[in-house]
Each structure stands twice: as C-alpha cells, then as structure tokens.
Design a protein around this ligand. Structure first.
Ligand SMILES: *Cc1c(COP(=O)(O)O)cnc(C)c1O
Length: 401
C-alpha cells in the first residue's frame, strides 16, 4: 500500500473553516492569534511529504498500521452478506484516537511547543494524548470532568502513569463539555508554549479539518484493502458517532463513490423519546458550542442539554460541523442505536467472532444487526473504533452472565 498523504477533499471547508453554514471559529478574541497560527502551520504541512513520512513511520511501527480489514465470516453467514470489520481496536492504546494524537503531537513539535493539553471524557483521548506526550518528550496536562474522574479511575491512573497531570473540572455538569470549556480557557492564557490537542473532529477551525485528515487513514486503508483482496467497493460503510472523528475517517474515501452509502450512528441512549440520549443530529438544532456552529442538544432558550449514553465516548451534546453539513447535503445517512441495542450487539459480536468491542463501537455493530435482511448479498464495512477492555467493569455490572 502506498503511504497515506491527504489530498484536497470535495468536502473541505472554506478558508475560515465553514462547511456550508456550519463550523467556523467562534472564540474569544484572545484565542484568535493561537488559532490563526495553527491554521497557518497546518496549511504549510497538510500535504508535506516530510511531515507525513514522520507520521507514517510511527503509524507503521508504533501504532501497528495498517490495521487489518477482517472478513467476519460468522456474522456474514448469519446476515447473508459480506461483513468486514476495520480493526481500529487493534491499534496501540486500543482505539482510533492515537491516529490523531500522533499527528497533532508532531505538529506541536514543529511549532516549537513544549506543553500539550487535552480534554477527555471517558479518558480514551486523554490516554492517547498522554501516550504521545511520553513518546515525544512533551509536558502534558489533561482536563477531565470531576464526575468522569471518579467514574474512570483506571484511565486516570493510566494517564498519571504516563506522566500526565490530570485536572478534575468541577464546573457545570462536571463532564466532557465542561472539560473542553476548561481546556479552551487554559489555552487562552498559555498558547505561547502550549498546544491544544482536540480529540474529535469538532471545535474551532482548523481542528475539524485536521482531525478528519488524520483519521482519513482509516478509509484510505480500508478501500485499498477491499479493492486489492476482493476487487470491489462496499455497498455500506458504518461508523458510530460521538464528535464524529472515526466516522469521518471511515467515510472520507468512500463518500464520493456513487454506489457506497455511508451511515453514521449516534447514541440513542435510553431511547430518543426519553430525552436521555446523545442524538445531536436527530433531535438537536444548530447552535454554537466550543468554538463552532453545528447541531447541538439544547433547550428552546439555548441551554445545552447533557447527553446520555451507556458509552462515555458518545456522550457529547454536539457533533463535528462536517457531519451537520453532510446530513443537510444528504450525503450521509444518520440514525441511532439505543443502549439496550448496543449491549445486545456487544454480546453478539463477542460470541460470534471472539471480538469484544468498545461500547461506542457496539453501536455501529448494533446498527449492522438491525439492518438484517437489507444486507443480504451486500458488502458492508463497519468501523470497529475500539476494543472493550475499558468497558469490562461496567459490562460486569450490566450483564448477568
Ligand atoms: C472516543 C471514541 C469514540 C467517539 O469519538 P468519535 O470522534 O466520534 O470517533 C468512538 N469509539 C471509541 C472506541 C472511542 O474511544
């Protein structure tokens, strides 16, 4: 496989980061210089072969890429089609997040920054950031909602072990949304020596563009792997959505293929009718959060609603701006899967294929299972964004085995 270097996509935002009316850069004046600096640096390196050869070298020997495209024969037999799993769960640190943190870490080094900060919800992005900080010799501070710090002991310890400092955030709902507010606030006063590593394809421009470019390695590989081995394109491509980075990565190289339908799956939580969910596209309205315009779970008065999902990684009240644009353009289909359906799929995949998915990824698997007969004789690729090790304690409490 030829090493990956991004090329301009049809769905690139304009100069100021607008995907149609979504995206942009809604930040305090004091943060603009830092974002403009980052924008200029990213423009310089986006297609730079030297920058990408450094990324690709680490992808190869540190992350373990290319990740396998696995033909799940037992699922295929049961559903009557061909089901392929893109195995991001096999990456170092157990999910797709490391693809993005490696690239942003190398960018931070090029910019001469000595410190990096990040927000984290369940701790997966925090761990991926602390990991590359250790690797690259950068000082690392992680902002995490106090509630999540209490719930995710193991990841908090892992970050500390890797040498990061973890700040529990006690404002607001004490979860991911507040951790991101706090990280932005910290960045405003420390931007001179500090780089902010955002963990999903959201936030002010250029983050949504950068993170999508970095995660697009997923579909770059998957497309080449399927064409090489089977000489065909898939009919469907599925991925779960928190902020939307593994989904954009999984869709990027398929979205312009007429014969391929991309489907993004949000967290349906306890059911859309209950109000306890994370389905920003299904039930949100456009609004501004964390420096961008996108669909958002909010009240009539613009008060942000807390998102609810069994999987902390999908527990975000907003969504990356590119997804809002792709939905309005009708380029991608969006749907949701409930907690119960995801748990059912979690057990189903474990027992059929011997692969324990992350709760987040189990949403994409849950949708696959629900597709049932409609995938007879069809080819489907599912982004298996992460592995389930981190979810074992919660699974033990939820499943009576
Ligand atoms: C963080 C996470 C997600 C959700 O983030 P996206 O940016 O939407 O991809 C999904 N799966 C796993 C395993 C994660 O850790």
């Amino acid at each position: 496989m030829k090493p990956y270097i991004p090329t301009p996509f049809d769905f690139d935002p304009d100069e100021r980061g607008h995907f149609g009316k979504f995206g942009g850069r809604f930040v305090p004046e004091t943060l603009m210089p830092a974002l403009l600096e980052l924008d200029a640096v990213y423009r310089t390196y986006r297609f730079d072969p030297q920058f990408w050869s450094e990324i690709n070298a680490l992808f190869d020997t540190y992350v373990g890429r290319p990740s396998p495209l696995y033909l799940a024969e037992n699922l295929s037999k049961e559903l009557g089609g061909s089901v392929f799993l893109k195995r991001e769960d096999l990456n170092h640190t157990g999910a797709h997040k490391i693809n993005n943190t490696i690239a942003q870490g190398l960018l931070a080094k090029r910019m001469g920054k000595t410190k990096i900060i990040a927000e984290t919800g369940a701790g997966q992005h925090g761990v991926a950031t602390a990991t590359i900080a250790a690797l690259m010799g950068l000082e690392c501070e992680i902002f995490m909602g106090a509630k999540d710090v209490a719930r995710q002991e193991l990841n908090v310890f892992r970050m500390k072990l890797l040498g990061a400092k973890v700040h529990p955030v006690t404002s607001g709902s004490q979860t991911l949304k507040d951790a991101m507010n706090e990280a932005i606030r910290h960045w405003v006063t420390h931007a001179r020596d500090t780089y902010y590593v955002i963990g999903t394809a959201a936030g002010p421009h250029p983050y949504p563009l950068m993170v999508r470019d970095f995660q697009a390695i997923i579909s770059y590989e998957a497309k080449a792997q399927l064409l090489e081995r089977h000489g065909k394109l898939p009919d469907y491509v599925l991925a779960c959505i928190g902020g939307g980075s593994n989904a954009l990565g999984m869709f990027a190289h398929f979205i312009n293929e007429e014969s391929v339908q991309c489907i993004g799956i949000e967290a349906g939580g306890r059911g859309l009718a209950t109000g306890q969910h994370g389905a920003s596209l299904a039930l949100g309205r456009p609004g501004i959060l964390h420096g961008q315009m996108s669909y958002l779970l909010q009240s009539d008065e613009g008060q942000i609603h807390e998102a609810h999902s069994i999987s902390a990684g999908l527990d975000y009240p907003g969504i990356g701006p590119e997804h809002s644009f792709l939905m309005e353009q009708g380029k991608v289909v969006y749907d949701s899967v409930t907690d119960a359906e995801a748990m059912d799929a979690f057990v189903w995949l474990s027992r059929r294929e011997g692969i324990v998915p992350a709760f987040e990824s189990a949403h994409a698997i849950g949708y696959l299972k629900k597709m049932g007969d409609s995938i007879r004789d069809k080819t489907v690729i599912v982004s298996l964004s992460g592995r389930g090790d981190k979810d074992m304690i919660q699974a033990m409490q939820l499943l009576n085995l």
